[in-house]
Design a protein around this ligand. Structure first.
Ligand SMILES: [Zn+2]
Length: 318
């Protein structure tokens, strides 16, 4: 039995599949695996005449926390700035647009039928406002999840939120320390992270309508809550015990009283026995792969066998 039919044997009448990616760099070929796997699950559900929806988030509200070598001078002042607010490397549109366009082209080539949505738009339109409010009102439960999972005390001035600094536009440098039911208190800190420097601005601001963003694990739970996500797989590193998925799932249960989506961890592609990595120059980018193989072959390669099992690419032997 095909693995996708097997895992969807007990699917519900209505399923919502979700996956996401941060448009801040070139997509490695392994980065296409999630989109293709969810697309296969989506198409199988359609064949079963189920009411299925496949949404794919470009997490363009994430701050730039690293730059490719060729942009390290031109874009150094944008470290810590959300990708939708930084300029594109080619001068057209935003940083997120530049990489997002490449991903859209690959989706098109691969026949991926996801509805792409933008993290920034979702925040700005207020779609996460309810989730943010519930999260902030229940911050003690969120702290408890982190304390239990990481066996470390969490201070009572920690909040699962960062605001865009109204002075310097940076998100990665701000720390929220209080919530009064209307506004959060924040500081843009010079030394919060090593990769970006904040400007020292302090103040109060509404956490709604795109002024602020949750860190990605609490945000994951808010996505599941907001969109009623029922299926979301991830790379196996996120699915390990105590990993990101479990943190998100525990926040979802504690704060929103909701069960997490059906999830499995898929394997990385191996290249001569090692995990492919764009930073280490191991393996191919998605674009390179689609230049050497027809899209149907790429899809087939990614899904012919159960994706939770390892697949080895050996450029020497093949
Ligand atoms: Zn600032």
């Amino acid at each position: 039995m095909f693995w996708a039919d097997e895992v969807l044997k007990k699917s519900e009448e209505k399923e919502v599949l979700e996956d996401a990616w941060t448009p801040s760099g070139i997509v490695h070929m392994g980065g296409l695996k999630g989109p293709v796997i969810h697309d296969v699950l989506y198409k199988v559900l359609k064949e079963q005449n189920k009411e299925a929806k496949y949404i794919y988030c470009f997490d363009d509200f994430d701050p730039i926390d690293g730059l490719p070598v060729n942009l390290q001078v031109s874009h150094k002042d944008y470290m810590g700035v959300p990708t939708f607010m930084a300029p594109s490397p080619d001068g057209n549109g935003t940083f997120a647009d530049f990489y997002g366009k490449k991903m859209r082209e690959m989706f098109e080539a691969l026949g991926i039928e996801a509805e792409i949505y933008l993290g920034s738009e979702t925040y700005k339109k207020g779609i996460y406002n309810e989730g943010i409010r519930i999260m902030l009102d229940n911050v003690t439960k969120v702290r408890k999840v982190y304390e239990t999972m990481y066996k470390n005390p969490v201070k009572n001035d920690w909040y699962p939120l960062q605001v865009i600094c109204p002075t310097c536009d940076k998100l990665g440098t701000t720390k929220v320390t209080d919530w009064d039911g209307k506004e959060v208190t924040f500081t843009c800190m010079p030394n919060l992270v090593t990769w970006a420097q904040g400007c020292g601005t302090k103040g109060k601001i509404s956490p709604f309508d795109g002024n602020a963003k949750m860190p990605w694990k609490p945000e994951w739970s808010v996505k599941w809550y907001t969109f009623n996500v029922t299926i979301e797989w991830s790379g196996k590193d996120h699915m390990s015990a105590g990993g990101s998925f479990e943190v998100g799932a525990n926040i979802l249960k504690a704060v929103f009283n909701q069960e997490p989506p059906m999830a499995k961890g898929y394997e990385f592609f191996l290249w001569n026995g090692k995990k492919m990595s764009s930073s280490k120059g191991l393996g191919l980018t998605g674009e390179e792969l689609l230049k050497v193989l027809p899209p149907q072959v790429v899809r087939f390669l990614m899904i012919k066998t159960d994706p939770t099992k390892a697949v080895e690419f050996n450029p020497v032997r093949t």
